[in-house]
Write a protein that binds this ligand. Sequence first.
Ligand code: ADP
Ligand code: MG
Length: 237
Amino acid sequence: GLSAESYRRQHEISVTGDNVPQPFSSFQVTGFPSEILREVQHAGFSAPTPIQAQSWPIALQGRDIVAIAKTGSGKTLGYLIPGFIHLKQRRNNPRLGPTVLVLAPTRELATQIQDEAVKFGRSSKISCTCLYGGAPKGPQLKDLDRGVDVVVATPGRLNDILEMRKISLHQVSYLVLDEADRMLDMGFEPQIRKIVKEVPSRRQTLMYTATWPKEVRRIAADLLVNPAQVNIGNVDE
Ligand code: ADP
Ligand code: MG
């Protein structure tokens, strides 16, 4: 409708894909569970950021998404909150493996995502662990043994743990590639492809990137199905 168009124009949101739903211009219209709305209020957030406003309704439809927005735009909660809601609907046994898998390029980024997942998922009783290199595997394997709903991982370490057969990805139905452009710049494409082979093809795939060069477009074309694409501001190629 007209209001969706003016909201998009005002926030420099452009969308491509069939039947992209209207953005959520406020938290009230999201329909998020009350425990999640409480966390958001507790954090002091007054409104969704543009990437959240447009990617939440798409992600909640169960649809694949490519989101292109610069650093600091709130992409993490853009995929985490719909991931939490996805989890509530599945009610999988976390001891059989995670339901939500987030791949990120570095230990630092993976840890930041984990912190955000713990903070915003606590009241929803969501368990989460982080797998990254440059640290002993023991404690990471112990967390996996106890069972977790969400795994945030760098591709290198996750691939090592997969090769050791210490994790199963057969329950993953919500897959996020965060900072996809950086992961490819760092040479993680082979590991990403090996990991994705272990994830069932009946899944929702969400790709977040700051830039949209041809390498990222190619992997998006291979891994996503009929995605809605959301761009915030000008896109660097
Ligand atoms: P990006 O991944 O796009 O670089 P982040 O997800 O790391 O951005 O978010 C940047 C900062 O903005 C974080 O501190 C996060 O907690 C905060 N933030 C997220 N959503 C909102 C919001 N709706 N309103 C205000 N701040 C927010
Ligand atoms: Mg980020």
